[in-house]
Write a protein that binds this ligand. Structure first.
Ligand code: PSU
Ligand code: MN
Length: 307
């Protein structure tokens, strides 16, 4: 069976053909994760960070029904400014293609498309997870099941406490996804460096993480890996401040009956408003930090694959 391949930009195609380092970037963070113009500025800055660290950035999205990896600046601008763009997880891609729609791709869709394109490493801010109250709502992000079936290494800053962190870690264990914390023993909580939960594994260099990835795939496990990179100290928020804000946003979502794919974008926007932009600042800093680590991993991984 031949699988569909995303259309690659020239630069991304050349890098993949040469076995060079490439880092995939998602686009739901642009369309649904941050307000304009911070979303556009961040998308461009993150691409720069990837380049500064020796890799080629491949921002992934659906543009007018076409699966794409590596976007023009004008395309990033259009995604950042358009209102009615679809939020697509992996299951939504086929319909977006048939309808010739443009879509921001979530972690799940971006992993799938990165894998089809031949890109091994992907940097984002936060992954979806098991929502608080999932024992009632059953709200578990498709990002977690995708990690259980698609061989992409995802670099994130951990999981924010809009989610149930303990249940998210349990779910990843069930899905056979190694969770590796970079330079810390604790699984980080996105806005903060600590969560109160230990990560399964700790590795202290991009090279070691690349080696673990290589080994993991050589074992034929078939799953992705989740790399948790704590937010830089100087950008981290205080637990007290952000926990209260998140609790308020979660309560409001419940009262308003917001669920399914609207829930995460609602919570992110509300937390940004309630924190008077502090959460957005932290979010931008941690995405750049993740892009740098992912690029260094990609450099090491491409050298390993060539050996
Ligand atoms: N968390 C963030 N920013 C984001 C997202 C999550 O801090 O932009 C986006 C990602 O694209 C992620 C998606 O894959 O939300 C998860 O959505 P859901 O919870 O509906 O599966
Ligand atoms: Mn959900």
């Amino acid at each position: 069976m031949s699988l569909l391949k995303p259309k690659l930009s020239r630069e991304v195609a050349d890098a993949i053909a040469a076995g060079g380092p490439v880092v995939a970037l998602e686009s739901t963070i642009i369309t649904h994760g941050m307000p304009y113009p911070a979303n556009l500025e961040t998308a461009l800055a993150v691409e720069d960070v990837v380049r500064q660290n020796g890799a080629v950035p491949a921002t992934i999205a659906v543009i007018d029904g076409e699966l794409r990896a590596g976007l023009e600046r004008s395309e990033l601008e259009a995604l950042a400014q358009s209102k009615g763009v679809v939020k697509a997880s992996g299951r939504d891609l086929a319909v977006a293609m048939v309808r010739k729609a443009s879509a921001g791709t979530t972690v799940s869709a971006t992993m799938l498309m990165a894998d089809l394109a031949g890109i091994d490493i992907f940097a984002t801010g936060g992954v979806g997870g098991v929502h608080r109250g999932a024992e009632q709502s059953f709200d578990i992000s498709a990002d977690l099941t995708e990690l259980g079936r698609t061989k992409t290494a995802v670099v994130c800053a951990g999981v924010k406490s809009i989610l149930d962190i303990a249940k998210t870690l349990e779910y990843l264990e069930t899905q056979r996804v190694p969770v590796i914390a970079y330079g810390t023993d604790e699984f980080p909580a996105f806005f903060t460096r600590t969560s109160g939960f230990k990560a399964d594994h700790r590795l202290d260099s991009a090279e070691d993480i690349a080696s673990a990835m290589h080994m993991h795939h050589q074992l034929g496990t078939g799953t992705g890996l989740l790399i948790a990179n704590p937010i830089p100290q100087d950008a981290a928020l205080s637990n007290d401040f952000i926990d209260g804000t998140i609790a308020d946003a979660v309560r409001e979502a419940e009262e308003r009956g917001i669920g399914r794919k609207e829930l995460t974008p609602f919570l992110l926007a509300r937390i940004n408003e309630l924190s008077k932009g502090e959460s957005l600042k932290a979010n931008i800093a941690l995405v750049k930090n993740n892009a740098a680590l992912a690029a260094r991993m990609a450099v090491a991984y491409s050298a390993l694959k060539k050996k």
